[in-house]
Design a protein around this ligand. Sequence first.
Ligand code: LMR
Length: 400
Amino acid sequence: MADSVFSNLPAPKPDAILALMGKFRADERAEKIDLGVGVYRDAEGATPVMSSVKAAQEKLVSEEVTKTYVGPTGDKEFNALLAELALGESVEKERVASMQTPGGSGALRVLFELVNEARPGATVWVSNPTWANHIPMLKASGLSTQAYSYFDATSGDVRFDDMLASLNECPQGDVVLLHACCHNPTGANLDLDQWSQVGKLLVERGLLPFFDMAYQGFGDGFDEDAKGMRLVASMVPECVIALSCSKNFAVYRDRVGAAVVVAANSEEATLAMGQMGSIARRSYSMPPNHGAAIVKGVLQDPSLKADWIEELESMRLNMLNLRTSLANELRRLSNSDRFDFLAKHRGMFSRVGLTTEQVDWLRENRAIYMVGDSRINIAGLPADKIEYVASAIIDALANA
Ligand code: LMR
């Protein structure tokens, strides 16, 4: 008898972040602390619906008259609003193609496929390290990957000279994947002067910048976080941006994002938009619209938009406080400045700089969950457990 169809399937490769979520859920210890997946949590450990989002949702539910398809490229107004949020006035509007996608991951996948259509098998340079899902997605889209130097695990800083040296080796026409702000997983980011140097190098070497922008508003402020990307966008002839609303509108499960292309001219922008529509059509056909309609509702109503910015800013400041408190506590307990970099990092994440054994030890002995590379989600830190977490880290260093 022939083998059954699925008997030859290889076992799926486990995803480090999702596997950790499963382990955390299964852990019955009451004191467990989840510093794993990148989800914002308030002081009570909840991920609430933002009040502006709730208000826009209620309005939508009462006023919505149809749920017919939005079409493969989504809602035009939403597309324009999202591109403007990210790009501001940095590029001419007629050069921009923007398409609603199922979350930031949907945007990444559409844009990876678009790059592959334009340059089959192109090489995309990713930071070392990068978000765990970038490389699998790039490969599944038919692209090749290489790594550029980025993070110094000892100092917690960006190895900027090494980064420039790596990018200087990239052959013309290659693509460079950059985290627009709040680098995931390290928390170490470029300053504006460094962005300008990167932009210059990208122009000189004829490299295409590909921005992943998933945390706008979680770093130094909403517009502040876009400054580096806007600067580079204003310098280069073309670039692409994958946008996510999951974190800054806290609409994770509603899957809201946009794929944005800044093309050399309006004809190429139209071509890119058409091709992105075809990519959507042959994969998921049309994007979900409920979350995108809510985001549009927030952005189109000045009072809701102001509430949203205010709430986002309070989330950002809360993360910054937690960061500073953890760095202070670690300085006190370790009697050293070894962990001071945590206070300099921005966004949800920081790489603490522990070995896999130390990460495992913390999970097994202190019920503290972090990703295997010692990435922590700062927002997952309960404010009243900072001393507990800091002293557990010190214990792990001594015992594991
Ligand atoms: C993370 O890095 O934890 C988030 O972006 C969630 C995810 O899908 O991995």
